[in-house]
Design a protein around this ligand. Sequence first.
Ligand code: FES
Length: 72
Amino acid sequence: MPDVKITATRNGPYKVEGPIDLYYGDLRIETDQPTVFLCRCSASSKKPFCDGTHSKIGFQAAAQIVPESKED
Ligand code: FES
């Protein structure tokens, strides 16, 4: 079982559970939280973290998992 679990929440951020090294570009982000929520809508003012703006802007995530493409 992997040490990290990432969940794409419904029309919201990525929920990341477990020990991670987090970088925003070249900047290492220190966090001692066991669970972090990373912005998926690109509208957060606290990137890379979610600040709840996705709800205000009505962010809609992709509705379905994209199936793997088949080789021709
Ligand atoms: S996903 Fe929450 S502000 Fe972007």
